[in-house]
Design a binder for this molecule. Structure first.
Ligand code: MG
Length: 261
């Protein structure tokens, strides 16, 4: 069942969205060759807890960290580790916060130093897929419109869309109904209504769409070892159209977030 949100609840999700958006922006600015992904995790946890929130991922179905850190061929759910980021890597940071009972969830793929043109383009097209998907997050549209926006753009560039993992409704819980695939047919699937809040998150592969999970039980990688990019926003469907809750807004209250602990 899709749980529509009241104005009051969306107001709270604005706050959790702004917090997690600001955290992701700070983390992205830290990224440089030599930084370990566990340092990024520690910084995220400190910022989130200092802001009076909880890092939603930590303990979620037993996930042991505050961020998912997915490098290169890792698609999603990568474990932060002592791995030192290298020039040319692409690094997906996925982070969630629970503030005042509501979750915000966002992700971006960051180039580490100078990266190859094909990797940079993969990141850019993935971000474009997310923007096109957001445009479809309007009352009266269908979930298939969101999926088609992602799929058609990715495939037009010769990329493939991950099928094994999807976006989701979000609210008091990180994963609510409905599932939001990054593929689909225009005009198909459940109708979108005002008050719905979605986490839309295209995962786009340079090579084939298929993935597998590593022995840690979490880290998802492409089966062909080719790079993958990921981008995510939390979006409220409002009468005025899509409102990207996790997009940092200039006028919004700024959280005081320290950097590396
Ligand atoms: Mg998500």
């Amino acid at each position: 069942m899709i749980i529509g949100k009241s104005q009051k609840e969306i107001e709270k999700m604005r706050a959790s969205g702004q917090l997690v958006g600001q955290v992701l922006r700070k983390l992205g600015a830290m990224v440089e060759p030599g930084l370990t992904t566990i340092e990024v995790d520690a910084a995220a946890e400190k910022m989130i807890c200092d802001a009076g929130a909880y890092p939603t991922f930590k303990g979620y179905n037993g996930f042991p960290f505050s961020i998912c850190a997915s490098v290169n061929e890792q698609v999603v759910h990568g474990f932060p580790s002592s791995y030192e980021l290298q020039e040319g890597d692409i690094f997906s940071i996925d982070v969630g916060v629970t503030l005042d009972g509501f979750v915000g969830d966002t992700a971006a793929t960051i180039p580490v130093g100078t990266v190859s043109d094909d990797r940079l383009k993969l990141i850019q097209v993935t971000a474009e897929c997310l923007q096109l998907a957001i445009e479809q997050c309007r009352a009266g549209n269908h979930l298939g419109d969101i999926g088609w926006a992602v799929q058609s753009h990715a495939e037009a560039h010769g990329y493939s869309v991950v099928r094994d993992y999807v976006g989701h409704g979000i609210g008091r819980r990180m994963h609510e109904d409905p599932q939001i695939p990054n593929y689909g047919k225009p005009g198909k699937g459940p109708k979108i209504k005002n008050g719905y809040v979605f986490a839309v998150e295209p995962m786009i592969n340079l090579g084939v769409q298929q993935t597998k999970t590593l022995k840690d039980g979490w880290t998802v990688v492409t089966i062909d070892g080719q790079p993958s990019a990921h981008a995510e926003h939390t979006i409220a469907i409002t009468e005025q159209g899509p409102e990207v809750l996790t997009l940092v807004k200039a006028g919004a209250p700024q959280f005081e977030l320290a950097g590396v602990p």
